[in-house]
Design a protein around this ligand. Structure first.
Ligand SMILES: Cc1ncc(COP(=O)(O)O)c(C=O)c1O
Length: 403
């Protein structure tokens, strides 16, 4: 009774889930050495509590006694929730969306996998800018697609010319993520427009206009007045996938959505295909309870100043400990350069080895190779202030012992 060879080899490969592996090893180290002795920067689990508006909506939803409110529903979700999401995305994208442009999903992960199921034929390519969220490779492979990473520019902005060179008749979509996990980069309006022009020209030349899928769970978490650019006004074949995992701190509740640009030429087919994918992938529909909760509370005010404070604190700690990093413009990750090691050029340094080395100093971080960007590692700073305050010594010792 063998396990499928692809699953067996992927689940046992060191790269298959660098983040989860660190997170799980962290739990073992915490048991052994105590919570306070371990500096766990491995996973992006928001440590802000959900805002008051969400807690109130949870209480009110729980108090409702409506017959049938726990039953099946249309696979796309409740009409009133789809309508609320249409309002939200319409506001963000500067476009008029109808409820029919939205499909509710079990988080951004399910939204991505439904979109890819809907658009990929075997061998089709999904172009991403590296570094990228590691699960993308699995989501594409689930539907016999192929992830095609294109390195970002040195400042982690989109390399539009390189993306243009990577396009082919096999390109089903370009998948972008702004603010980016792990680099914290927010893509500029100019780059979005340039990308849209490149894709449009490619569509004209080949007759296959790639979809542009924008993965935006961190849209609201930005620093220094940055704004995440709208895409819909610039590119018709665009869709947003997102969730409330990060901005409302409810990742365990698995609630997200897909929203298609109303101007997409095959919009109705695209939405119908996503609804069908939601069904046949076995999600059936997004969780009923949290569809009601987010319909009532998606607009709740949230104070993200805690993340700003932690970002600044961790940057100061890294400066003192002698590390180089990319200053995050959004999300809650710091992408840090692996320090130079004798005999290695910086950037070629072994990030897997360095993360193991950090682990021996009880600091848990995710190696850049897992994000398609060797020579770097990621620190998720949605952790306690105490962890950040006390990690400096371990980070410095680790750097010194590495050289
Ligand atoms: C870039 C990115 N996309 C998608 C997801 C998945 O989000 P969700 O928990 O809503 O499925 C994550 C989660 O960390 C992420 O970082």
């Amino acid at each position: 009774m063998p396990i499928a060879p692809y699953i067996y080899s992927t689940m046992n490969s060191r790269m298959s889930s660098v983040i989860r592996r660190m997170f799980e090893e962290g739990a073992i180290l915490k048991k052994k050495y105590g919570e306070d002795a371990v500096f766990d920067f491995s996973i992006g689990n928001p440590d802000l509590e959900p805002p008051k508006g969400v807690v109130k909506a949870i209480e009110e939803t729980a108090a409702l006694r409506v017959t049938g409110s726990h039953g099946y529903m249309p696979n796309a979700g409740y009409p009133e929730t789809r309508s609320a999401m249409a309002q939200k995305v319409g506001r963000e994208q500067g476009a008029a969306l109808a409820a029919q442009n939205v499909v509710m999903t079990a988080g951004a992960a399910a939204a991505l996998t439904c979109v890819l199921k809907a658009i990929l034929s075997p061998g089709d390519e999904v172009i991403v800018s590296a570094p990228f969220f590691p699960e993308y490779a699995h989501y594409a492979a689930n539907h016999r697609g192929v992830l095609k990473p294109v390195s970002a520019r040195p400042d982690f902005s989109l390399d539009i010319a390189a993306i243009g060179d990577a396009l082919s008749e096999k390109t089903a979509c370009v998948l972008i993520n702004s603010p980016n996990n792990p680099s914290g980069k927010v893509y500029s309006q100019e780059d979005i427009i340039a990308l849209a022009e490149t894709l449009t020209a490619h569509g004209k030349k080949t007759g296959r206009l790639p979809y542009l899928v924008c993965d935006e769970p961190y849209r609201d978490i930005v620093y220094g007045g940055k704004k995440v650019a709208a895409v819909f006004p610039h590119y018709s074949a665009a869709a947003v996938v997102s969730s409330f995992a990060k901005n409302l701190s409810i990742p365990g509740e698995r609630i997200g959505y897909i929203a298609a640009n109303p101007a997409m030429s095959d919009r109705d087919d695209f939405i119908a295909a996503c609804i069908f994918a939601n069904r046949i992938l076995g999600f059936v529909n997004a969780p009923a309870f949290f569809q009601r909760v987010v319909a009532a509370s998606w607009d709740s005010p949230v104070d993200y100043s805690l993340y700003t404070e932690r970002r600044n604190m961790l940057m100061a700690v890294l400066d003192k400990a002698g590390y180089e990093y990319a200053v995050p413009e959004g999300a809650f990750y710091l992408f840090v350069k692996v320090p130079a090691k004798k005999g290695f050029a910086q950037g070629l340094a072994d990030d897997m080895g360095f993360c193991d080395h950090l682990k021996s100093h009880l600091a848990l971080c995710a190696p850049g190779a897992g994000f398609g960007c060797p020579g770097w590692f990621r620190m998720a700073y949605c952790v306690s202030k105490k962890t950040i305050e006390h990690c400096g010594g371990a980070l410095q010792k680790a750097r010194e012992a590495w050289q």
